[in-house]
Design a protein around this ligand. Structure first.
Ligand code: PMP
Length: 403
């Protein structure tokens, strides 16, 4: 039976072929299927070329020196800051972009360099206890630090709807009080793959509470607009959006509370990484982020639908087939599952034997038991429907296996 995702894949096939050809590591390994983009993405030639061009023409430090290479580098970094702003659809005044090492570093900077000064004794914050560790540890650590100074802050767990993996927006209102000072959320869950509908969080918490968005799995995967989301911080990693590792950004609206400014001495930033991020946004824009979102959503729907037909497979999060045009909830570019007959780690090895690279572990999910493993298949623009079908064929064969 044909689905909406088959139509999307057919419509975008030629577009996709042109883009896939631009990833050197993919074209150099035709038999391999890289399906671990939620961990880190591959890089198009344009991004690699931009880094080489920078390092072989005007490489210098930033904000230091008045000779041409130095002023050129400073101008590039300033332009990259603007590039992040436009990439996030930001048309506000007063917002800022700070470059950080990545999402983990950025979320910690929001906690330490901004939130720490906003909280007083008896305040409450609401944060996700079942998302990535990077979006829980900074808030729990801050609570401990403040407690040492006699400031007691309650850290409440964002309620979750266990059947879908989405936040439970019906349970959330009972947590919001006059002392709610801050909310941290995730845009796309790195295990369940679902869009966490964070616009509803703003509706519930009202217009005044700052919201911090972990956008590690959404920026660079599909259009993300700070105008639509009305959040106060957007934090993401370059390496998950086709740029180099070791760089990321914190976008801050700077309206609900003082301006976000990292504390302490700011050493030399990752200039080559920042250049790569600007180049990646250019590439993503030229490719078409809406089409990339449609393509990756269609691939993950194909996988979800295929897995649902196999006995012994349980997809984590929403069990419904989330087709590309689901009005209920979008599954984005990743699917995580278990097989009742085969241990996830073994399945990871079996897939690797076939040249299929997936992640099989606990996925750095907060609150998960250390041996509670599952297989995650995550895609980006370079992946194909054929690669999804290869995964399904291997999982189907697992019926005959026993751990
Ligand atoms: N948040 C989410 C949702 C993630 O998926 C990840 C990376 N898996 C992170 C945060 C941490 O990102 P990084 O390792 O780049 O700091």
């Amino acid at each position: 039976m044909r689905t909406g995702s088959d139509d999307v894949i057919d419509r975008l096939t030629d577009w996709h072929r042109r883009l896939r050809a631009q990833f050197p590591i993919i074209t150099a390994n035709p038999g391999s299927a890289y399906l671990d983009s939620a961990a880190t993405t591959q890089k198009p030639a344009a991004v690699l070329d931009a880094v080489t061009e920078f390092l072989t023409t005007t490489n210098a430090n930033v904000g230091r020196g008045s000779y041409p290479w130095a002023t050129s580098t400073t101008a590039r970094i300033d332009a990259a800051r603007e590039r992040v702003r436009t990439a996030l659809g930001d048309n506000t005044t007063g917002s800022s972009v700070e470059f950080v090492d990545g999402t983990s570093h950025g979320l910690r900077a929001v906690a330490q360099d901004w939130l720490a000064d906003q909280l007083t004794d008896g305040d409450e914050i609401i944060v996700p206890f079942g998302d990535h560790e990077a979006n829980l540890r900074p808030w729990l650590d801050l609570r401990e630090q403040l407690a040492l100074r006699g400031i007691r802050v309650s850290v409440l767990a964002m309620p979750v709807d266990a059947s879908s993996g989405d936040y439970d927006h019906r349970a959330l209102p009972s947590l919001v009080t006059a002392r709610t000072r801050f909310v941290a959320v995730t845009h796309v869950h790195h295990v369940f793959g679902v869009d966490m509908n964070v616009h509803r969080v703003r509706e519930v918490v009202g217009p005044d509470v700052p919201i911090c968005l972990d956008a590690a799995q959404s920026v660079g995967h599909r259009p993300v607009s700070v105008a639509d989301l009305d959040v106060d911080f957007v934090v993401f990693s370059g390496h998950k959006m086709l740029a180099l590792p070791g760089v990321g950004a914190v976008w801050a609206r700077n309206r609900r509370g003082p301006r976000f400014a990292p504390r302490g001495w700011e050493g030399t930033p990752n200039t080559a990484g920042i250049v790569s991020m600007a180049a990646a946004f250019d590439w993503l824009d030229a490719a078409g982020l809406a089409e990339i979102g449609a393509w990756t959503t269609a691939l993950s729907a194909r996988l979800t639908d295929g897995l649902a037909r196999l006995p012994g497979v349980r997809v984590l999060g929403c069990q419904r087939s989330l087709t590309a045009d689901s009005p209920v909830q979008r599954r984005e570019s990743l699917v995580t599952f278990r097989h009742t007959a085969v241990r996830s780690d073994d399945l990871g090895f079996v897939l690797a034997d076939e040249g299929i690279m997936v992640r099989a572990d606990g996925h750095c999910q907060a609150g998960r038991e250390s041996d509670d493993h599952a297989v995650r298949v995550s895609v980006h623009v370079y992946n194909t429907a054929d690669e999804i079908d290869r995964v399904l064929a291997v999982v189907r064969r697992c019926e005959g296996m026993r751990s």
